[in-house]
Design a protein around this ligand. Sequence first.
Ligand SMILES: [Zn+2]
Length: 246
Amino acid sequence: MRKLEKGPAPEVLRTNEATWTQAYVAAPKEERRKCEKWRHSAIKDALHEETDFKCAYCEAKIIDVSFPHVEHILPKATFPHLAHSWSNLTTACGVCNNGKGDYYEENAPILNPYTDELPTFIQHRGPFVDWTAGNVRAEISVRTLDLNRPPLLMSRTERINNVRELYDKWHGSIEPLRSILAAAIRIDALKGEFQQTVITYLRDRNFSNLIINQNRHRSPRKSGRTTLASKACPTTVDRESAKGCP
Ligand SMILES: [Zn+2]
């Protein structure tokens, strides 16, 4: 699970949220399905850009294995008035979406990738996602979402192996290849699957100072926010690897 940042709400939601919410809440439960306006393509597009087509919980690139679900962070069954609230919407894969279902406990809700300080809850150890010892809420989240299911462990292991190969090449290289490889590692870590798994691997090898503002990373598409190119040349990179930055 990685930290996510909310982008601007799509205009169609800003315009219609109140009306859609009113209709959804007022509808009998068996007829609410007719009022599910969060499936609007503009909303899906905005969520996909925000999450880069990766599941908000397991970080898998959804488009490779499934189709993305519009996920209600607080379940719509318990919080129908938040069913069309932009801050309550994200993208999830089908497995995490089904695993979470309508789970909600006031004292132990599933971790929110947008608002919770994830490093205090979640630890990444090799291909595993672990909870901070004694943190019941984090343990419930990992278990409910089944974040260590075998396909994820296999994918994370494969990811680590690929990063290791690139890292070893960087470690044994000299300039100018060294700077080029450093940039490639940085972009791969920010754009690829299982970001926190990769970043933890690199941080354990003292590569972390190449990856700053990781939580603020946004897709360069449409948003006009800081792009990967500018992320690739942070102000606090180690001197040797920063030689390739203009
Ligand atoms: Zn998932």
